[in-house]
Design a protein around this ligand. Sequence first.
Ligand SMILES: Cc1cc2nc3c(=O)[nH]c(=O)nc-3n(C[C@H](O)[C@H](O)[C@H](O)COP(=O)(O)OP(=O)(O)OC[C@H]3O[C@@H](n4cnc5c(N)ncnc54)[C@H](O)[C@@H]3O)c2cc1C
Length: 767
Amino acid sequence: MDFQVIVVGAGPVGLLLAGLLRRGDVDVVVLEHLAEATGESRASQLNARTMEVLDQGGLLGRLGRMDSVDTGHFGGIPVPAGGVASRFPGFWKMPQFDLEAALTEWVTELGADVRRRHTVQALTDTGERVRVEVDTPGGPVTLHAAWVIGCDGQDSTVRDLAGIAFPGQAAERELLRADVDDIAIADRHFERHENGLAIAHRRSDGVTRVMFHEFGRPPVERTGPPSFDEIVDGWRRVTSEDIGAGRPLWTDAFDDASRQARQYRRGRVLLAGDAAHRQIPAAGQALNLGLQDADNLGWKLTAVVRGEAGDELLDTYHTERHSVGADVMDNVRAQTLLLLGGEETDSLRTVIGEIATLPEGQDQLAAVISGLDVRYSDSSDAKTARATSHPLVGMRLPDIEVPTTRGLVSGIDVLRRGHGLLLDLAGAVPPDRIRGWAERVEHVAAAGRVDALGPELASVLVRPDGHVAWISLIDDVAAGLEEALRRWFGRHRDELTTITGVATRSAPAEKGIYMGTLEGKSALVTGSSRGIGRAIAERLGREGALVVVHYSSDADAADQAVKSIVSAGGRAFAVQAEFGVADDVNTLHRKLEAGLREQHGSVSLDILVNNAGIMGSVNPEDITPEQFDRLVAVNAKAPLFLVQRLLPLIPEGGRIVNISSGLTRFANPSEIAYAMTKGAIEQVTLHYARHLGPRNITVNSVGPGVTKNGNPVFDVPEAREQIAQLSAFSRIGEPADVGDIVAFVCSPDARWMTGTFVDASGGALLG
Ligand SMILES: Cc1cc2nc3c(=O)[nH]c(=O)nc-3n(C[C@H](O)[C@H](O)[C@H](O)COP(=O)(O)OP(=O)(O)OC[C@H]3O[C@@H](n4cnc5c(N)ncnc54)[C@H](O)[C@@H]3O)c2cc1C
């Protein structure tokens, strides 16, 4: 069996990586040795940078309520970190098993294949692909993949099989710990005693975690966790306290061995998380470092698998993350000395403790333990010397808002869509300079000059992981932009056409269900619980888009539409919002965003089909102002403001389709008011098409003729015969006839049409 990527290990790092790859539509399988997650508490806190990463992935909503504390520690020395420049300052409490459960749910919804009781035994990198031998409950199997990522923890089999060295320092010290119920002892915060260090913390569920180290005691060779007796004896030696009457729930020992894989990439095999670096989990940095590896690798591997970028992009994963790992291991070793060193380290502790009271010292240590000090020194274009030396290059994009013609736009919010970002701070980068990367990089042009990042800056190119790849200065707004785009985002769109065949996912083609032109896209079809709207939704679903079925009142019909899309192999969910009432558009926007964040992992909306509408069926003599107002409110006003409200979610290359009517081309007096509203929506098309051209968003109208819509008139043979004659094909249109045309207008092939009226009436106008 062939996959684009095999991830080995369903720990937190493997799961996050698999989810990030699935967001980019990569065909990924996760192989995990364990039948189920360990349920061990292990790591228990996330730092500010990890919280940012999870936020960008649209994951925070899944983690539920989290408590945070402002003060962390560096080797036991308290460090206030509540003031760091992040949306998530401080340290966030989250047991590792809860994080793993949320990640598992997320990747499963995204369609990643997680196979438990699958143990990797051997692998061979042929240069073209990797052959992986796996033990499964059904016996040994052989799988193949273009890339294999070892996220299989500190004793990584993948690392060994790939022949990647793991040099470093052997363990010199050991900590023992236990979760104990039914004891009542005081909390101890890094308490130094004559014989050792003791920590105790009673959790809200009444369980107390105790942890201690005995100064000068070397690590014990172990084949399993320590016994509770060993913990009780050690705790007594350090604290003189007896916890022997307690009930042990979990015991564990860990040491201060410190090792790092020499290469994070070897050929088609890469490592992330504990497989790449082993360190004592001081201040929770082990888990956080691993999750941030996955964040760095996810978008790069996606670009390579999709054929957009060459595999040299993956070498930057090694360069960047190996260097960050080495820094973290350095600071962890320093912390270990401060924490676990005996009397010989007292003076060191005093000196560092004093530095930690100075504002600069505090800021530095807070940035280090929050994961916010990372600067990728390789993130610049070496040929542009001034840009290379700019302090912003390689750093995370600061949290700024840019005034645009669409209102205030936050750079960080745009990054949630999983793309790169060109922040055009002077609004001066010509759109055609970036058009070749429009599907991968969003261009946010300021309406006026923005100085927030420095008066000298003209524009900032940001990678999907939020790190600044390139900047330009005001005297030359786009110098080196193309080189930076090529380096970080891959080839120009025109050079991709011959490669897309290679990059297409294999699974849908095998199923024979999708044509897949809209794989990875999301689409909202208003009024799609039945009729033409439902046919459009079903067709977009078959093309691979995640479809949002909007309805006004018939929840059962919407449910049927969703089920029909899902049973055809697609993905869909329904949202309810009534049009023509106060706050209609805001209600839909709110529910849409929540649904997209949950189901799509981002709030990006690639396709908007304004289909919802009501008919008039009132003669010109009888139409009342109230009836007219209602028709206008639902058919014209709601779509106009829906486009306005949803535009911040629609990326470059997006599609807007307004369903008009053949009645704007031929007369039917009993629909005079309805036809007026359809004429109005064609104006929305025309003017927005011009307005959104620079963002490469197309806007078109599709005009159905007489189409079967459940009206009883279509059950009368004579009426049917007569109506059929209106079409050049002598038949009545089916909703799917219109759905297919709309799918084309939404497809990449329709990129060169905008502002048009597309007739979908089966030649009803031909006479
Ligand atoms: C006992 C213990 C206590 C810890 N306590 C803390 C703490 O207090 N604070 C902190 O920050 N960090 C702590 N850590 C570290 C933290 O748990 C890790 O940093 C984190 O789990 C790393 O995630 P990972 O996904 O890289 O690896 P892991 O979570 O180790 O996941 C690796 C997965 O790969 C699977 N696997 C291994 N080999 C194979 C194979 N051949 N085939 C298929 N699957 C395989 C394993 O079953 C496992 O599920 C602790 C770790 C341990 C082991």
